[in-house]
Design a protein around this ligand. Sequence first.
Ligand code: SAH
Length: 352
Amino acid sequence: MTPLTRLIAARIRATGRISLAEYMRICLLDSRHGYYATRDPFGAGGDFITAPEIHQIFGEICGLALAQAWIDQGRPGDVALLEPGPGRGTLMADIRRTIARVPGMADAARSLMIEASPHLRAVQRDRVPGVQHLERVEDMPAIPLFMIANEFIDALPIRQFHRGEDGWRERQVGLDAQGLTFGLGPVVPLDRPGRPGDIVEECPEGAAFVHAVAARIAAHGGAAILVDYGGWNGYGDTFQALRDHRPDDPLAHPGQADLTAHVDFAPLAAAALRAGAAVSRPVTQGGWLLSLGAGERAARLAAAGDGGAMAALRRLTDPQEMGHLFKVIAIWPRGAPPVPGFEPLEAHADNA
Ligand code: SAH
């Protein structure tokens, strides 16, 4: 039992079962007891380690890709450099350090962040001096938008639907004598093909977020890079809890375990196309980093005495480690050159 177990149980007693998305939102974002509100989950002492926390090479490559897009679009003078869900701020700090070597870019780019956790907002302000936090992407000024998002979409609440003989039902969290328990709601008119036993997930906030970002890029210029673990036209139950580096029962410790789902990039790409932007095919994190010189960079750093560079490169790029599980897509204005390392998705791909 955690404080949130009691709160959620009381809520269910009062108004009935809640959706999985609502459960996820409370567990992660409750301002008092939520996972992100109460702790710093990053790094060796936390629950997981993200790519920018593994090594600076990750942020350097992201920074150079965005810098090339900025140069390709004529070096606009006042642009936003936005990161949603920046964790400790390490990625943005590495990107700022990298673009400082690109003449004119550091002066042109204001640092903006979107972060739900007040605790992490303070950490980020220390790490990236002068950064400004926005409530939502709709609050962006009308200037070119250069965005990097790493492991942000996977933290957004998902809805999950189970197919029975009579149609799709949404997965819910309810209560029985033992405590919190999973259940299914009434049949809903979900417009997805499926057979009894099938499970599909949707991340409406993720698609809405990507649509808003892509619409700005289409209108004002810029580029976005989204990195996350997941796939293309995902399928099945990917909802999971991680606590102290170990898988956990997602109902056992609400607020004390990280809850995530695999990111399905196909509907995100479709949202970007609908918004009028160009979008890439997905590439693997490993393939993308290596194609932009991560191997050469690691070798140089190693030769200069960075004892961890080659091991970090392996962790970031090896197919057995993060290299294949993590995928990357990019968004840019139609008619502009693609972001380095990407090629355009056919506009009429089956899922677009
Ligand atoms: N990008 C960072 C951290 C990823 S963890 C890294 O690579 O290390 C997810 C981040 O998103 C955390 O900073 C978390 O507080 C934030 N977050 C989660 N849900 C959010 C939401 N709905 N709105 C804004 N930020 C959110």
